[in-house]
Design a protein around this ligand. Structure first.
Ligand SMILES: NC(=O)c1ccc[n+]([C@@H]2O[C@H](COP(=O)([O-])OP(=O)(O)OC[C@H]3O[C@@H](n4cnc5c(N)ncnc54)[C@H](OP(=O)(O)O)[C@@H]3O)[C@@H](O)[C@H]2O)c1
Length: 306
């Protein structure tokens, strides 16, 4: 068995720029902390500036952590954040699409998208597209998108993407997390076909004890209090698959990382497989087209053509 991969395996990240969405809490926070501690210039892209600055202050590293306002429930905010990042940095080594919402009551984003599909997938699709020029200008850059074991039950319902006919929280979450993978694989296919220096990878944390479950029902909380510890790990361990996908020089484009233990709930970060549905090329291409139409962003993956 290979030795356990830890943050000690992260190579020196000095001079590299990493943008992490939802970095003020949970897995994103521990991803930011570990990268900053290895010398990266970390940009926390978060919706609540005060929370983000307070989180940044708890990480004491030589390079101060920067904060950029980003509300993924607003395409205008996505455009604004991307513009600020492009203005401030002349390279982008790592874009980590981490932020997410889980099982909220039915809500729509500013642009009318169902919240989980809008925040978890569409906004990250747009952010990536708007930052691709910077990524393509940076050697060995990577886009890492955080998905979930929940993708396995996901189906992309192209006839009701925004759950207008019927909203089931778990179904909408699973759709958004499957979309994260369909997007990653299609992005990687396009980048490779265009000979780009950028790779697209995905990671899932297994089960991690974070604030994600804030909208859980009392019944879910009761069950989780009993069996949760069996299936979850601390948030710093939950960040390891993301960190490995972002920094392991041997991690290939299109690779998915998750915990090694039974059921992939916890353990050392290793390369894992995803559902057959996530590898459906037709659905990948269709979702890409629909995401372009809904966001108005058409990611250009060919260097020099942006
Ligand atoms: N925890 C798990 O067991 C688990 C399992 C599978 C997958 N995941 C995935 O892991 C990722 C991180 O989740 P977590 O567990 O670390 O949860 P978390 O502690 O709730 O952190 C989620 C982060 O996303 C941010 N966020 C939510 N809505 C946003 C918006 N509209 N704009 C910008 N940022 C927004 C939150 O910001 P605020 O602090 O302002 O709310 C927070 O920083 C998610 O993609 C989630 O789906 C987690």
């Amino acid at each position: 068995m290979s030795p356990r991969w830890t943050t000690a395996d992260i190579s020196d990240q000095s001079g590299r720029v990493a943008v992490i969405t939802g970095a003020n809490a949970g897995i994103g926070y521990h991803t930011a902390k570990a990268l900053a501690e290895r010398g990266a210039t970390v940009v926390m892209a978060c919706r609540d500036g005060d929370r983000a600055r307070r989180a940044a202050q708890t990480i004491t590293t030589a390079t101060p952590i920067a904060v950029v306002g980003l509300d993924l429930a607003s395409l205008a905010s996505v455009h604004d954040a991307a513009r600020r990042i492009r203005e401030r940095y002349d390279r982008l080594d790592l874009l980590i699409n981490n932020a997410g919402v889980w099982w909220p009551p039915y809500t729509r984003t500013e642009d009318g998208f169902e919240l989980q599909f809008g925040v978890n997938h569409l906004a990250h699709f747009a952010l990536t597209g708007l930052l691709l020029e910077l990524l393509l200008a940076t050697p060995a850059s990577r886009v890492v998108t955080v998905t979930s074991l929940g993708h396995r039950s996901g189906v992309v319902d192209f006839d009701d993407l925004h759950s207008e006919r019927r909203y089931r929280r778990n179904t909408a979450y699973a759709q958004s997390k499957l979309a994260n993978l369909l997007f990653t694989y299609e992005l990687q296919r396009r980048l490779a076909a265009d000979g780009a220096p950028t790779a697209a990878l995905a990671a899932h944390p297994g089960g991690a004890r974070t604030e994600l479950f804030r909208d859980a029902s009392p019944a879910f909380r009761a069950v989780n209090a009993v069996i949760g510890p069996l299936f979850t790990q601390p948030p710093d361990a939950g960040a390891l698959p993301t960190l490995r996908a972002a920094t392991d020089p041997h991690a290939p484009g299109g690779g998915l990382y998750g915990p090694s233990g039974p059921g992939q709930f916890k353990g050392s970060p290793v390369r894992v497989t995803s559902s057959p549905a996530s590898h459906d090329g037709h659905t990948q291409a269709r979702l890409w087209q629909v995401s372009e139409r809904l966001t108005g962003v058409s990611p250009v993956t060919a260097p020099g053509r942006v």
